[in-house]
Ligand binder design. Sequence first.
Ligand code: AMP
Ligand code: ZN
Length: 471
Amino acid sequence: MLRVFNTLGRKLEVFEPVNPGRVAIYVCGPTVYDHTHLGHARTYVAFDVIKRYLKLLGYDVFHVQNITDIDDKIIRRAAEEGVSWRDVADAYTRDYLDALSKLNIRVDLHPRVTEHISEIIRFVQALIERGHAYVAPSGSVYFDVDSYEGYGELSGRLARELWGQEQEVVKEKKNPYDFALWKAAKPGEPWWESPWGPGRPGWHIECSAMSTLYLGEQFDIHGGGSDLIFPHHENERAQSESALGKRPWVKYWLHTGMLTVRGEKMSKSLGNIVSLKEAFSKWKPEVVRLWLATVHYRSVVDFSEEALHQAQRNYERLIAAAKTLRDLLRKGEYSFRLNEEGRSLLGKMDELRRGFYAAMDDDFNVSKAFSYVYELTSLVFSRIAEKPEGAVVLRAYALMEEFNRVLGVLDGLFAGGPPLPFEQLVELIVEVRRKLRLSRNYELADWIRAEMAKLGIKLYDRGEETAWQLA
Ligand code: AMP
Ligand code: ZN
């Protein structure tokens, strides 16, 4: 039974999706004004691991991760570089999608803010109609925080004095802690038409509008880095529950621990970022992914070269173990007996599998889960490859493939399902053809040779014997 740690309430809860068998996840994606860095990757990989595990449990998962393609930072960057805000957003969107693909992360939908302006306007309108938002003289619209009684519950900031600190100070607001849903256009800035005049969406409203549009008015998991709990997620929750009139809007709030460098959050503003481009020039994306996939999603991860070297060694060991099993299967180099030792190995692997699931069920405890993966690799080298027995090799291979469905670093190796004993199949065809030639059925024998050549397998007849080679 899966349990997850819900930031709302700060406790472990049994995971039961809103719609049985299906899981809807929304993760806050990037503001595309700069290169994707290791800090972002930490959060994206963590949610990919969570999603893959839910899939392994048999859920039909739909994962939405937005792209904020209009924002103060994008506008500022465009002005600095003398290009349009659209060029900045497009360039860093490509950088982000490329990073996800290298990290083997598949997101089902990447909604962009600028393509959802009308849905955002409708959401703001609903808030005004329900008395939760007001239009200020400038044409900006603000959320009236006092109108929502659950404000502060998610972040645990229950005192009003704590609310104003990270919100913008603007005179026209009723209260300093009210936040913008719609920002009236300023000269030279991009704008869209709205019932309140030209302007653009505030930061928080996009996630409420787009998640609701694609995942429904109540959905299962809302995620992001723990840096987003306040004010972003607090505000999202307040405006969504106010506009939709339903509670809970989100059933489980999951937040990742930050990636730090010498104890400080990796962020553009602190000037300590390692871009993924830079990281991938030193380490394979699989190594970066393995490093991030094997730390608990709620832990703080400190970046160090040593941590990546360790991930590199772990990756090499995993690859070596998987290749050993694959080659044994391909070449058919195993016995068909199952001795006492083999039976005990099968039992041991059952234990590893149970251990893996129990750890993942405990709020996705990946570090514990992967200790079982590494135990399996040890078994491969120390016992399974020593005296390979077919049933044991096959089981170990299947288990490795199962673990990799969450890990996602060995996909190339497992692509196309379990390997057939290729060499034995070719030998079998060669033997059938030898028998055909002995019975003088040369026509069929020649046809086989021609067809095999088309598949890239060359046959050479030497008297009665035939040798073969891959072209
Ligand atoms: P941003 O573009 O800064 O809004 O970040 C996009 C996503 O990456 C959000 O879910 C953030 O919480 C997450 N994120 C940004 N920096 C870090 C970091 N240093 N560690 C972990 N997650 C981060
Ligand atoms: Zn968001």
